[in-house]
Design a protein around this ligand. Sequence first.
Ligand SMILES: [Fe+2]
Ligand SMILES: [Fe+2]
Length: 257
Amino acid sequence: MIRIAAVGDVHLGEEARGRLRPALEHLPGRADVLLLAGDLTRHGTPAEARIVAEEFADVGVPVIAVLGNHDYHHDAVDEVTAILDGEAGIRVLEGDGVVLAVNGTRLGVAGVKGFAGGFEGRCASAFGEREMKAFVEHTVDTADALRSALRTLKELDADVRVALTHYSPVPDTLHGEPPEIHPFLGAYQLGEVIDEAEAALAVHGHAHLGCEHGVTPGGVRVRNVAQPVIRSAYALYCLDETGEGGEDQAATPGAHR
Ligand SMILES: [Fe+2]
Ligand SMILES: [Fe+2]
C-alpha cells in the first residue's frame, strides 16, 4: 500500500513560522510521501519561501511540490524554486516527474501548476484578441507539459502514476465556489490529459471554497487538498500497487489550519 499525504494552499507568511511543523511530526509513521499542491506562500517572495522551506524540510518523507499562482505573484519563481528545492530538498515539479520506490512499488508523480480556462460548455477559447489567445495558449501549454510529464513516468516504469497540479482538472471539486469564477479555478484540458495517461489519482488545490472529492470524465479520482477544504495539516490517500485505492484515510488529528 502507498500512503500519500497531501495539502495545498498553506499560504505561509511571516506570522506563520512554525505553525504547521508540530502536525508534521508524525508524518513518517502515517505516510510515504507528502505532496504540496501549490500556493505555499502568500505573495511568492523569497522570504516567504524560506518559511515554507523551514516548515517542510526534513519531515522524514520525500516532499514533492508544484507552485501555485500566489507563488508566482512576486515574479521570483526561479528563486523560490531554488530555496525550496535546493535548500530544503523539496522537489518542485513543473512539467516533469519523479519516481519513488515505496514498499516495493514504483510511485510516479507528475506535476505542473496548470492554469485557468474553464470546463465543458463554459470555457475560454483561443479566438479574437491576442490577449485571449495568449490566455488559452497558457492553458494548453500547461496541459501539454502535464502530458509530457506523465509520459515520462511511463518511460521510467512507474507502477502507479499520480498527477499533481495547483489548478483543478475537473469542476466536481469546485462545488462551493461561486459558479461565476469556476473558469478561473481550473481547466478541462488537465482532466483530459489525466484520463489519457490513466493516472491513479489527481491531487490539486486553489479552490479554497470547493470540496474534496471529484472524478474525471474517465473515472480518475480527484482530490482538492486546499487546506481550507481539508481543514487539516494534510489529507491521506492510499493506493495499492495497481493504483486502486481504498477509502481515504481519516483527517489528521491535531492539525492546524
Ligand atoms: Fe490558494
Ligand atoms: Fe491559487
